[in-house]
Design a protein around this ligand. Structure first.
Ligand code: HEM
Length: 528
């Protein structure tokens, strides 16, 4: 209230003036020119045409016209917060990653939670996967752990991702429905992609309607590598365990909350942080070696499979605490650019074909979404450690390298502005023997789409199993093309007979379909 000074209705138009004065800050244009009246355009006469000369109005409207940038092609709706990661112990024997070297070491983080399929304005309680993306601003570069709240994924190869997402978003002719799971295209796609079956069990479970971001787990999903200072490699799966516990709502509640407060999840995160009730998640690692990978009954490069915690326990290595809301939603939460390719010495990729495709996709889409190769100059994306390189120019370059040298090799003296690559400490990809034919083929070791789906279903309590059955029934009841319903049930028969029968009965099937063939259907199968 202090910053307003009304001087009442003035002039024939009855316009209301709010004026700077008495030490109140003066409004300016983006060029810094003080503004004398921000509410009336410059006209030729009080009732005459607006002049081209009105630089104040033109600048204001020009900027407004360009406020929107493309929303993320997936995970468009999200909410972020700042915090820190604290290491519980040194992991220097298994990784040289800087953040894991010293017990008690704190590293700043930014975390963004999201839904996948809905557009930016969609409700928070949709039945959907939740994104759980963490940017660690380490002293050796930004490490992004871009995960989800479900440990497996729908597909095994990134080349299928555009199809998965097309099928899950609004149908292209009619532009609805928004709900990921409640329509023919989605169920058509997943029923023709048996590899989705395990993920379907999770997404029809209560995990897909978390009570809030604070009460959900997170997973890196893929197998990654940890590399120590000697260059030795161990495999790792990353987990986030909420210290608040794991809680979901039931479908009935989700619908009511969506109606009453579609911002329920983002409001919950904002309110709890402002109240000083900072949410925390512990970082866990399942660490295993090549021998385990070679003997495990599934392929550790297959993102539709988990490694049971009974076989490789989760070692808790640290925690994140989210203790600061953003200053500005757009500048931080919208403009943050997570990328699986942002990796640091001590952590490396595996050949998981889903991960390999992601490494291309994020950077590529962010060039379009954020409009310039220089989006790393935005404070939310900029590393918080020294940066020295010869990349220059481009749209909106804000930190062009200083000094004469902008190429390598050069014979100018090495200094802060003239860096050199460092064989001892620079990021070095793990040496791995690779041999084989160049083929477009899915490994046989990626088959068996049903065993872990069954394992997950049977691990649920009776009530949870009931929720899964009801969710399948509800979602499939929205599918108009009946052969799609049957195809889904034919997969469920390979998971659990009672589940398949329960769904079929509730959907009013007159007879049960035959169990699905496990292999991917061919074009010929479909035309029969
Ligand atoms: C965005 C997770 C698979 C492409 C995201 C985000 C998360 C995520 C959490 C939101 C990041 C944010 O908050 O800004 C995952 C997980 C996957 C997966 C866990 C599988 C294990 C894929 C695949 C592709 C892909 C296979 C493409 C081949 C994208 C794109 C975005 C995105 C293009 C938007 C990025 C942006 O505009 O900034 N993903 N994703 N994702 N993902 Fe994925």
């Amino acid at each position: 209230a202090e910053s307003f000074k009304y001087d009442g209705n003035k002039g024939q138009g009855g316009e209301l003036h709010q004026k700077a004065g008495d030490g109140y800050p003066t409004m300016t244009t983006a060029q810094g020119c003080p503004i004398h009246d921000d509410q009336n355009s410059l006209k030729a006469g009080t009732r005459g045409p607006t002049t081209m000369e009105d630089h104040v109005m033109r600048e204001k409207i020009f900027h407004f016209d360009h406020e929107r940038i493309p929303e993320r092609v997936v995970h468009a709706r999200g909410y972020g917060a700042h915090g820190y990661f604290e290491a519980y112990e040194s992991l220097s024997d298994i990784t040289c990653a800087e953040i894991f070297q010293t017990k008690g070491k704190k590293t700043p983080v930014f975390t963004r939670f999201s839904t996948v399929a809905g557009n930016q304005g969609s409700p928070d309680l949709a039945r959907d996967v939740r994104g759980f993306a963490v940017k660690f601003y380490t002293q050796e570069g930004n490490w992004d752990l871009v995960g989800n709240n479900i440990p497996v994924f729908f597909i095994q190869d990134a080349i299928k991702f555009p199809d998965l997402i097309h099928s899950a978003k609004q149908e292209p002719d009619r532009g609805f429905p928004q709900a990921q799971t409640a329509h023919d295209n989605f169920w058509d796609f997943v029923s023709l992609s048996p590899e989705s079956t395990h993920m379907l069990m999770w997404i029809m479970s209560d995990r897909a309607i978390p009570r809030s971001f604070r009460f959900m787990e997170g997973f890196g999903v893929h197998t990654f590598k940890l590399i120590n200072a000697k260059g030795e490699m161990k495999y790792v799966k990353f987990h986030w365990k909420p210290k608040q516990g794991l809680q979901s709502v039931v479908w009935n509640e989700a619908l009511k909350i969506n109606g009453a407060d579609p911002d329920f999840h983002r409001r919950d995160l904002w309110d709890s942080i402002l109240a000083g009730d900072f949410p925390e998640w512990e970082l866990g690692m399942q660490i295993f070696d090549q021998e385990f990978a070679d003997n495990f009954e599934f392929d550790v490069l297959d993102a539709t499979k988990i490694i049971p915690e009974e076989q490789v326990p989760v070692k808790i290595v640290g925690k994140i605490v989210l203790n600061q809301v953003v200053d500005n939603f757009f500048a931080e939460t919208e403009q943050v650019a997570f990328c699986t390719q942002n990796i640091v010495p001590g952590i490396d990729f595996t050949d998981d074909p889903l991960l390999q495709g992601r490494n291309f996709s994020y950077l590529d889409t962010q060039l379009k979404r954020l409009g310039s190769t220089n989006f790393t100059h935005l404070p939310i994306n900029a590393p918080k450690c020294p940066m020295r390189h010869f990349q220059q120019d481009g749209h909106m370059a804000m930190q062009n390298p200083k000094g004469r040298a902008n190429y390598e090799p050069n014979s100018w003296e090495a200094d802060e502005t003239n860096p050199r690559a460092c064989p001892a400490h620079g990021f070095k990809s793990h040496n791995e023997d690779i041999a084989g034919q160049k083929v477009r083929h899915r490994s046989e070791t990626f088959a068996d789409h049903y065993s872990q789906a069954r394992q997950f279903y049977l691990s649920q309590t009776e009530t949870e199993q009931e929720h899964i059955r009801d969710a399948f029934t509800f979602e499939l009841s929205k599918v108009e093309h009946l052969p799609i319903r049957e195809r889904v049930v034919s997969h469920l028969l390979n998971v659990d007979k009672a589940l398949a029968q329960g769904v079929a009965e509730k959907l009013g099937f007159s007879e049960m379909p035959a169990p699905a063939e496990a292999a991917m259907p061919t074009r010929e199968d479909l035309s029969v």
